[in-house]
Ligand binder design. Structure first.
Ligand code: RIB
Ligand code: CA
Length: 315
């Protein structure tokens, strides 16, 4: 059983990653911190509370609302046509009685890391602002964590927010730079693999047909929320009845890293030149100009196995 803390900007794909984590018998969600991105951090926290209720997972994972802006004060948010006005495809889920914890998200991450010394995996599916703030508060954090898995970045494929950058790194490039060269035992799951992995209409139909009773509401929610996300992929990528698998893939890899193949690289994130904001910079030279620790960048993934596993927990 892996003990995980999720840091999310709870949009449609984040919500599927969260529902997966709550349903998987191999994962225990020790807490969820939220960040601005697909919607505001407070809205994301409210989405998480409703998703926990919807999941019928049998426990109340604590939720903490985190950063409403980037380290440099920027507040750029995704337009509503991607994840809806509320981040979860405009679906109105039943309200939860659970309330968010009234504490700083960075402090919550530090507290959990200390409590679960060496055991906690942090999975980030949004901007890296909360994790960067936690690192700034306590530089010992990387040694306390078992692993960090981040959805973000692109190496050999174009970005999705600019030619050079992926949305999560672009949204707070300074935080991303601090985290990716911060000495964490880190796996980066970027567009190179997430845009090679698809959820299709057929996956949803099959999951519905074989759905476990306890997952019926969660699966109905996914279907409804994904309508908007499929439409966004149709308009921007010319894809019919399918979408990329960004955040759920990071969650699946956190659970089982054998799904991917990795390149060890020293990376930095550009945060000064506006045209290259959020771009991953690597230095693979034998005598590298970068002297911080390497991270594992996922360069290939077994997409079929990943998607089969994603839906298997709801059946
Ligand atoms: O670039 C994909 C990422 O941006 C995902 O985390 C998605 O939820 C959006 O935030
Ligand atoms: Ca996200």
């Amino acid at each position: 059983m892996r003990r995980i803390l999720i840091d999310a900007d709870t949009g449609i794909d984040d919500s599927i990653a969260i529902l997966y984590a709550l349903a998987s018998p191999n994962l225990r969600v020790e807490g969820i911190t939220t960040c601005f991105g697909n919607s505001g951090a407070a809205q994301s926290a409210d989405n998480c509370l409703r998703l926990i209720r919807l999941s019928r997972c049998g426990y109340e994972a604590p939720v903490v609302a985190g950063a409403e802006c980037a380290l440099d004060g920027g507040r750029g948010q995704a337009p509503a046509h991607i994840h809806g006005e509320n981040g979860i495809g405009n679906v109105i889920l039943p309200e939860s009685r659970q309330r968010p914890l009234d504490m700083d998200a960075a402090d919550f991450i530090l507290q959990k890391a200390q409590e679960l010394e060496g055991e906690l995996t942090v999975v980030t599916t949004g901007r890296l602002t909360n994790l960067a703030r936690a690192l700034q508060k306590d530089p010992r954090l990387p040694r306390r964590l078992r692993r960090v898995v981040c959805m973000g970045g692109c190496l050999g494929v174009p970005g999705n927010i600019s030619p050079a950058a992926e949305a999560n790194l672009h949204g707070d490039p300074l935080a991303a730079d601090l985290v990716l060269r911060g000495g964490f035992p880190l796996i980066l799951v970027g567009l190179d693999v997430t845009t090679r992995t698809f959820i299709t209409e057929k996956n949803l139909l099959e999951t519905e047909a074989h759905c476990a009773e306890r997952s019926r509401e969660a699966v109905a929610y996914m279907r409804e929320a994904l309508r908007l996300y499929f439409e966004f992929h149709r308009r921007t990528e010319g894809m019919a009845g399918r979408c990329f698998v960004h955040d759920p893939l990071a969650m699946l890899i956190a659970e089982d890293p054998s799904l991917g193949e990795y390149k060890m690289l020293r990376v930095r994130v550009e945060h000064e030149a506006p045209a290259f904001r959020g771009m991953l910079l690597t230095d693979g030279r034998f005598q590298s100009g970068m002297d911080h620790d390497e991270i594992s960048v996922c360069v290939r993934v077994d997409s079929d196995r990943a998607v089969r596993r994603l839906f298997s927990v709801f059946q």
